[in-house]
Design a protein around this ligand. Structure first.
Ligand SMILES: [Zn+2]
Length: 397
């Protein structure tokens, strides 16, 4: 009798356990932002080897997590002297991974390619360039990056370009100038050349990514872009007021273009209490971080390496997955389930939510969405359907 009652009690849990995995595996899962190309270079690691414990991502763990479409981020910070060359070197690495794994990966340039890769159960491999500084003020270089597979470009990273101001720059102007410092004379937003970059991206079919841009640049883009725009890795400002997050009117404007906000998993963008805790962590380990920077590591990666070294200390600062899902709920309530997706920023952040240790943990998001009452139809849109729609709408092929 006891056993029968126990079984009856356990059946719903068992069915639910199977259900979320089934829905997850049958859905197309797309992620618009993974920094493993630059992370692999900084850490001298190969993506197509087992990197568990060293990174958030590797090829086999992407399959384990049910990823179907990965936009790899091509990134260098604003301090590099030849950003265009740097971008091309990173693109070379991604091509090399695809060349070495022809049965597992496929470079995708068009919606038709994407369907072919999905049919053949290969990882749809796509490229997003994170920072307009990599075109070095040259539309010819924009075209050249498009030819190599760039399908979105983040208009700025934290550094501004000569033709667009970043969120970091625009928010710094709100602070009073330091003693002896002149208020900068430059115009904020897009310049004429900036407008021509957006127009050319629309013509080519390169999605315009507004993550990292300043608010003036954002509204200038909204005015000029003729295609749906994306935020490849941002969250909700109203839940976590960080300059990298989007205010309600921005989210509504993106939705109005038919675009999508792909959610960043970074603790600092989903949890408003994280930044203070992180500052204390940095202070504690400043000497080691400085040492790595002196050895030539980019600043963000130096912090990531130190965070991995002191893992249990860092784990204590990470928020729960439910906070990330709160951002998702917020966007769905504001503009509907057609305008949100996944833009993890894995391997570009030192702290994802506690339950998400890497790409292998994606199914837990589907589980969380089911627990919150999302329909199968909406889950499919959020996981990948919205990405496919916005990619098709931008593509001219
Ligand atoms: Zn970023």
């Amino acid at each position: 009798m006891f056993l029968r009652t126990l079984l009856l009690l356990l059946i719903p849990f068992f069915c639910f356990g199977q259900k979320y995995k089934k829905i997850h595996n049958r859905s197309v899962l797309a992620d618009t932002h993974n920094d493993i190309p630059s992370s692999a270079i900084e850490k001298k690691l190969a993506f197509d080897t087992n990197l568990k414990g060293k990174t958030h991502s590797d090829l086999n763990r992407m399959f384990k997590g049910g990823l179907d479409v990965q936009m790899f981020s091509i990134f260098c910070d604003g301090d590099q002297t030849n950003p265009y060359n740097y971008a091309n070197r990173e693109i070379d690495s991604v091509y090399e991974w695809v060349r070495r794994n022809p049965s597992k990966m496929m470079m995708v340039y068009t919606p038709a390619d994407l369907q072919k890769a999905l049919k053949e159960k290969k990882l749809t491999t796509m490229l997003g360039v994170e920072g307009g500084h990599m075109i070095e003020n040259d539309l010819g270089k924009l075209d050249a990056l498009y030819k190599r597979g760039m399908r979105y470009m983040t208009i700025t990273w934290n550094n501004s370009t000569d033709w667009a101001t970043s969120a970091a720059y625009e928010t710094s102007l709100q602070l009073p100038p330091k003693e002896g410092e002149q208020a900068p004379a430059r115009k904020i937003g897009l310049t004429e050349f900036g407008n021509s970059v957006i127009k050319r991206m629309n013509e080519l079919g390169v999605m315009v990514d507004v993550s990292h841009v300043g608010e003036q640049t954002f509204w200038d883009i909204i005015k000029i872009s003729s295609k749906p725009i994306i935020a490849s890795h941002s969250c909700v400002w109203n839940l976590c007021p960080h300059r990298r997050n989007l205010k309600d009117d921005q989210i509504k404007a993106i939705a109005k273009t038919g675009g999508v906000v792909f959610l960043n998993f970074y603790a600092g963008f989903i949890d408003s209490t994280y930044e203070l805790k992180r500052n204390a962590f940095i202070q504690q380990h400043q000497t080691e971080i400085n040492q790595l920077v002196q050895e030539g590591k980019q600043k963000d990666y130096a912090l990531m390496m130190v965070s991995e070294k002191y893992k249990s200390e860092m784990d204590g600062l990470r928020p729960p997955l439910s906070l990330l899902l709160d951002h998702l709920d917020y966007i769905v309530k504001l503009v509907g389930a057609d305008h949100v997706g996944m833009g993890s920023d894995f391997d570009g952040i030192e702290a994802p939510p506690l339950e998400l240790n890497g790409v292998e943990d994606y199914p837990l998001i589907t589980k969380g969405l089911l627990e919150r009452g999302y329909s199968k139809k909406d889950i499919k849109k959020i996981l990948g359907g919205n990405f496919i729609r916005v990619f098709k709408a931008n593509s001219n092929k």
